[in-house]
Design a protein around this ligand. Structure first.
Ligand code: BGC
Length: 777
């Protein structure tokens, strides 16, 4: 049906083009920097509606295009010099077909760590280099826009796409996204920051209305987008699937025009998510410039033009945004794509990023790095089948990935072979006998079925191992590594049983720990996961826990470098690990089994108290706090200095960081601000700045400085639609995690500052009963 429509559409397009081409060709303007208005004036109404709607899904090639398997295309109108453009996913690397039909050539892309891992580096310079490498693949494979980065807030650990997102905190999400945008766009290709906004859950994403107070929107859910738009100028923004305070985001003028363009100064193109929204006229009016991937909307829009139910000027305005975007694309500039990016160089960047993304959660008695370890017992199916990245549009078709076993082999370790063969038999039989439901979970949205088959293993339960089988390994091996894996993808959220470890997994950890500890041998757990899991019930068993995330194609090598001590871990959590799921502030409203969950309306009752803002303000204990992570080395903080104890327009704070340990390493320095609770209620503290030191040798120091402006002091006061900095005493807390504060200093703000007045928009269409500290204090 779809392809039939498409053929008709193509034929009619050819007709339109040739008819006008014959008539006017000599006088026609050809798209250029200075004649956008003339080009729009020369367009027919038919051409206009074609341009504001994509070419359908899957998009036809029909052009000398190198890449196949991309997500979307825009129309070309040859007679006016309007070229097509190619839009392709996604956040962990370019997603195109590795083995397209009709050629023997391969088109592999580099699988970088997924977004959660990238943000855990807290290293914007490194993320920018990852972006440069990704963007180079976009360019050389003939694409124009990478549909990334994705920076929705990780509101709840069960969101199926958290692996594609950066954090529960908008500042780090915005800064990391900005670095990514700068890196990708350095190549002269575009990005699409997504999903704007509040696509924080998957199961009901196509229809659910997120009900969020204006304050929580401004401070939490829009803030990261605002930072990225202002700091990195992405070429495009992708609106989300969900409704927000009553309207589909792609149909919401307040969001896409008032906030995004008028307030933040966005100059690029807005596209819908694939199939997002239901009313193309409302989308056009709202400022959703182009509807992707594009289906029947053209007919509706053409009819609306003819019957004047839409103002043609609205389309002209949106088309101007599209044409401005097209002018920048490599395809418009006839860039000669090589089809041959430097994958070897990009692999090195992927490895560096993977190494820096890993977070050491526990390291009793300096279990790591390994000392005198040669032969290892590798427990857990994931050890042999390491999870590179998530499923869905965040997937990458890479050439080869290094499993944990391969990485450890490369690093010179040997393994318990009998254990390996037990796991290999299990994995083979699972892949062979996988039922349809499991294959579907693994295959969802995937372009390459052979990869789907491999992924089945991520979605089946862990293999039970008898105590005798465990005992057999103890004598011949020096240490036990246990790998716990989790995978997920778009379209559906994780369920509670995915957050908790299964009985088999827990038994594996406790049985292996008991057996190895009985002979004074150590046990290390490696977490190969895309989002938060429970650790409270089992974390006392092993001696060390390394959170490796879904580390991309170089995962196994990166883990090996850390275990061996070739690299010192320097990743830090960008989200909290709660003790139990019911401690999560959104637990009552998020999950289908939760008491207040409602597929029509998702009430964000926790308001601004998301993640650590909640746990800290309401004194809820956690397993691992925001910002947490252990190094092999030690870092001393000293000499905090503030340039003025009274705030005027800005304030500069500096602090000295010294590596006082025995290992070369980097430290993540985090600045939290505790603001006075005067006119406006505040969380106990909020992250306002961070940096990562350079690689410090033992004994070396670095002086770090941060600058805070009045906007960073301010909270959003909904009643007056203004960012306001309360007068009073502010405390700056600098530390190694949100709880491990090492240096503090205070300053005062003598008078309240009204920093920025904004439009009275985005009111919830139903009342949201928000959590307040005042009601319990
Ligand atoms: C996803 C987007 C993605 C698009 C194109 C949608 O289902 O939500 O993130 O860019 O598909 O693949």
């Amino acid at each position: 049906m779809r392809s039939k429509e498409l053929i008709i559409a193509l034929l009619s397009m050819t007709f339109v083009v040739s008819m006008y081409g014959q008539k006017n060709s000599a006088l026609l303007p050809k798209l250029g920097k200075d004649n956008i208005e003339d080009v729009i004036n020369a367009m027919t109404q038919e051409e206009k509606v074609y341009l504001v709607v994509g070419l359908g899904y899957p998009p036809p090639s029909g052009l000398p295009i190198i890449a196949h398997g991309f997500a979307g295309r825009t129309w070309e109108i040859k007679r006016l010099g309007i070229t097509t453009s190619i839009l392709s996913d996604g956040p962990a690397g370019l997603r195109i077909d590795a083995h397209p039909k009709g050629t023997d050539k391969t088109f592999f892309c580099t699988a970088f760590p997924t977004a959660t891992g990238l943000s855990s580096t807290w290293n914007t310079e490194l993320v920018e280099r990852v972006g440069k490498a990704m963007g180079n693949e976009v360019l050389e494979y003939g694409c124009d826009v990478l549909l990334a980065p994705a920076l929705n807030i990780q509101r709840d650990p069960l969101c199926g796409r958290n692996f594609e997102y950066y954090s529960e905190d908008p500042l780090i999400a915005g800064k990391i996204a900005s670095a990514m945008v700068r890196g990708v766009q350095f190549n002269g290709v575009g990005t699409s920051i997504k999903h704007f906004a509040a696509n924080n859950e998957e199961t009901y994403r196509g229809s659910e209305n997120a009900l969020i107070s204006q304050r929580a929107l401004r401070e939490i859910y829009l803030r990261g987008f605002e930072i990225t738009v202002k700091e990195a100028k992405p070429w495009t923004v992708m609106s989300s699937y969900n409704r927000l305070n009553g309207y589909y985001t792609s149909e919401n003028r307040d969001l896409l025009t008032t906030v995004l363009r008028d307030e933040w100064g966005f100059k690029g193109m807005v596209m819908s998510d694939w199939g997002g929204g239901i009313d193309p006229i409302a989308q056009m009016n709202a400022g959703n410039d182009i509807i992707m991937p594009g289906t029947e909307q053209r007919k509706i829009l053409l009819n609306a033009l003819k019957t004047k139910t839409i103002d043609e000027k609205v389309l002209d305005r949106n088309i101007a945004h599209i044409l401005n975007y097209l002018l920048k694309t490599p395809r418009f500039k006839s860039f000669p794509f090589s089809g041959n990016p430097d994958l070897k160089a990009h692999d090195l960047v992927a490895k560096e990023a993977a190494t820096e993304s890993m977070v050491l959660l526990k390291n009793n008695e300096n279990t790591l790095p390994f000392k005198k370890i040669k032969n290892i017992a590798l427990f857990g199916k994931t050890a042999y089948h390491f999870i590179v990245g998530g499923t869905g549009s965040g997937e990458v078709n890479f050439e080869h990935s290094v499993s944990l076993k391969e990485g450890l082999t490369n690093a010179g370790f040997t393994f318990a072979k009998s254990l390996e063969s037990i796991y290999s038999r299990y994995i083979d039989s699972v892949i062979t006998h996988a039922d349809e439901a499991t294959i579907k979970k693994a295959a969802d949205f995937m372009s390459d079925p052979s990869v789907a088959k491999e992924k089945v293993i991520d979605f089946i339960s862990e293999m039970p191992l008898s105590k005798q089988d465990i005992q057999k390994q103890v004598q011949n091996t020096d240490i036990a590594l246990i790998t716990i894996g989790r995978n997920s993808g778009e379209g559906r959220d994780r369920i509670k049983t995915d957050f908790y470890l299964s009985e088999t997994e827990k038994n594996l950890i406790s049985d292996v720990s008991k057996a190895y500890h009985a002979v004074r041998k150590k046990v290390v757990v490696i977490l190969n996961i895309g989002g938060v899991i429970e650790t409270e019930s089992w974390r006392d068993y092993p001696d060390a826990i390394l959170l490796a995330w879904q580390p991309g194609q170089e995962g196994g090598n990166a883990v090996a470098d850390i275990l061996k001590g070739k690299s010192t871990p320097s990743g830090r959590l960008t989200m909290t690990f709660p003790r139990v799921y019911d401690d999560v502030p959104s637990a009552k409203t998020f999950h289908p089994e939760s008491p207040l969950c409602n597929p029509q309306n998702a009430f964000y009752n926790e308001g601004i108290y998301v993640g650590y803002r909640y746990y800290e303000s309401f004194k809820v204990p956690t397993s691992y706090e925001f910002g947490y992570g252990i190094s092999y080395s030690l870092f001393q903080y000293s000499g905090i200095n503030i340039d003025n104890p009274v705030f005027k327009d800005s304030i500069r704070i500096s602090v000295n960081i010294k590596n006082t340990g025995r290992f070369t390493g980097k430290e993540v320095v985090q600045l939290y601000l505790s603001a006075p609770n005067l006119e406006i209620e505040k969380p106990v503290q909020e992250l306002k700045a961070f940096t990562k030191t350079r690689l410090l040798q033992p004994g070396q120091s670095e002086r770090i400085s941060f600058m805070l402006d009045s906007r960073l002091l301010a909270s959003f006061w909904s009643g007056i639609n203004t960012w306001v900095a309360d007068k009073g005493i502010y405390e700056i807390r600098i530390g190694s995690s949100s709880k491990d504060i090492r240096q503090t200093v205070s300053f005062s703000l003598p008078e309240q500052i009204k920093v920025e007045k904004l439009h009275p928009v985005l009111y919830p269409n139903l009342p949201v009963k928000e959590l307040s500290r005042l009601s319990i204090e």
